[in-house]
Ligand binder design. Structure first.
Ligand code: SAM
Length: 235
């Protein structure tokens, strides 16, 4: 039986690589990744020389078959997405299901950074639980419908958003519910990291005041749950 390791990699800061992830990348026979150029930069940084194979999201099913053949040949494989944890708004889910359903090879998680959990770690008090949504639909109608559902749940929810659409999406949320708060993580762990916790209306004004909006965004949206949380804890 061979091993397929699902390895988390940094979301920006190259130092956020676990010792175990480095050891696994050094030990496996092959590294499968979303984009060989991207993963090569990480491997070069840590002076790891290894056979790389690309498994683009558009050919995930086909590449899953290729990975299964390598596992069947007795090779151990590490799978990395471009950044963060595979399977979290990233390819990896199909591969894991395919290998589990078609073989007895071991599937081993090697945890590490994820933008969502990184943001939660500095969000402070926002409520007891949250919904991880990831990317909303690029289609405006679907996006608004989903935002309406998420807001109606009365639970914080976390989205990933592109710099080109972030203001639009936040305005759509504000149109649905004016009494929302936000925790924004922009460029987390990178040189221009920015973390803001404020009413959504204020965050929209802040972003609109910038000449250009750049970077990667993870945003938590929530109603003010503090009183409810305290009541719950007392009872
Ligand atoms: N699998 C990754 C994870 O575990 O976080 C997420 C990959 S998803 C394709 C990429 C999106 O995650 C970006 O568009 C952005 O919304 C968010 N993201 C990734 N890195 C980030 C960072 N350093 N700061 C803020 N958001 C980030």
């Amino acid at each position: 039986m061979s091993r397929l390791y699902i390895v988390a990699t940094p979301i920006g800061n190259m130092e956020d690589m676990t010792l175990r992830a480095l050891r696994i990348l050094r030990e496996v026979d092959v590294i499968a990744c979303e984009d060989t150029r991207h993963t090569s930069m990480l491997l070069n940084h840590y002076e790891i020389k290894k056979r790389l194979i690309a498994t683009h999201s558009y050919n995930e099913r086909e590449s899953s078959r290729g990975i299964l053949s390598l596992l069947d040949e007795g090779k151990d494989i590490a799978y990395c997405s471009d950044a963060g944890t595979p399977g979290i708004s990233d390819p990896g889910e199909l591969l894991v299901d395919y290998i589990r359903e078609n073989s007895d090879h071991e599937i081993i998680p090697v945890p590490g950074p994820s933008a969502a959990i990184t943001l939660i770690s500095v969000a402070g008090r926002v409520g007891r639980s949250f919904t991880f949504e990831g990317f909303l639909s690029p289609k405006s109608g679907r996006r608004k419908k989903r935002l309406t559902e998420l807001i109606a749940r009365n639970e914080p929810f976390l989205i990933y958003e592109s710099p080109f659409r972030v203001i639009k999406t936040l305005k759509e949320a504000f149109e649905i519910e004016r009494d929302l708060y936000a925790v924004m993580g922009r460029e987390l762990t990178k040189q221009f990291e920015e973390i803001k916790k404020m009413p959504l209306a204020e965050l929209i004004r802040y972003l609109e005041g910038k000449s250009t909006v750049k970077g990667e965004f993870a945003i938590l949206l929530y109603k003010d749950f503090h009183d409810k949380t305290e009541e719950d804890q007392e009872s």
